[in-house]
Design a protein around this ligand. Structure first.
Ligand code: NAD
Length: 263
């Protein structure tokens, strides 16, 4: 799919990998990037985007979940009711949704929260996106991209990620691979791909509550030679969007290995 003039929605797009992706999508001429995030500081986020890019406020659409419920619960509850306000709001701006990226994430001690946000919100995000993206006949296939992790491909010895994080990210890989081939009857007008980034130094590690900050700092320092540049990860997202042969595929983006498509 060519990105020019498309409408994109990115969960967790206010910071880190999601933000870098939103910036790239705007540079490539998307008609609109809708950011769904719980990050409360919207003025700063919007100003930051508008300052760094030659875009107007009309190219950006920011939806925040004001409710105390976490994002996954909001998506889940609204799905049961047959609607999802935030996805719907983004859809309503142009009556169109072409690219949906389920990316919001965190590293948390709370296992339920981890599974809800990293896995359940991805599953529900895909199903809600499917409903909206196929309301009208599509001139070309839409694309849904899910953010997994290297922790969704392999289990490694680590002091900084808990096992529910590994489980959720493996779940995203299994869900993405099986969605086109399972009993879900997933729309033939859409594609779905998952990205597995390696270590990217974002604020996710500052916000985590799994280990003591000093342990985290030391661990990150020990593995700093394995850091993946965020632009490589964004390249993987762009490949997923542009390469129409990819469906039910996984793209890894880490360290010196660069980008690889894994089926
Ligand atoms: N940073 C890494 O090394 C790394 C590696 C592999 C995968 N990932 C995954 O990439 C994704 C993005 O992570 P990041 O490193 O950019 O983190 P980040 O903390 O920089 O950005 C995550 C964004 O998600 C938002 N978010 C968190 N919970 C949310 C919720 N309930 N509803 C809506 N938005 C929510 C945050 O507000 C934040 O803006 C995550 O899914 C993460 O697990 C990160």
């Amino acid at each position: 799919m060519k990105i020019l003039n498309k409408v994109a929605l990115v969960t967790g797009g206010a910071e880190g990998i999601g933000k870098a992706l939103c910036q790239r999508l705007l540079e490539h001429g998307t008609k609109l990037v809708a950011i769904l995030d719980i990050n409360a500081d919207w003025e700063t986020t919007a100003t930051d985007f508008l300052k760094s890019l030659a875009v107007t406020k009309f190219d950006l659409f920011i939806v925040t979940c004001q409710t105390k419920l976490n994002y996954a619960s909001v998506v889940f509850n609204l799905k049961i009711l047959g609607t999802c306000e935030s996805f719907q709001e983004a859809f309503d701006v142009h009556g169109q949704l072409d690219i949906v990226v389920n990316n919001a994430g965190l590293i948390a001690k709370d296992n339920r929260k981890t599974i809800e946000i990293l896995l359940l919100a991805v599953i529900n995000g895909c199903l809600i996106a499917e409903e909206l993206m196929t309301k009208e006949p599509r001139p070309e296939k839409g694309i849904i991209v899910n953010t997994s992790s290297i922790a969704g491909m392999v289990v490694q010895d680590t002091n900084i990620l808990n096992s529910s994080y590994f489980a959720a990210k493996h779940g995203v890989v299994a869900f993405t691979k099986s969605l086109p081939a399972s009993a879900d009857n997933f729309s033939k007008d859409l594609r779905v791909v998952a990205i597995c980034p390696g270590l990217v130094l974002t604020n996710i590690f500052k916000k985590q509550d799994v280990v003591d900050d000093n342990v985290m700092t030391k661990e990150l320092d020990d593995i700093k030679e394995h850091v993946t540049n965020v632009s490589v990860v964004v390249d993987a997202f762009i490949l997923a969007i542009e390469d129409e042969s990819l469906h039910g595929d996984i793209i890894t983006a880490f360290g010196s290995e660069g980008i690889k498509v894994v089926t």
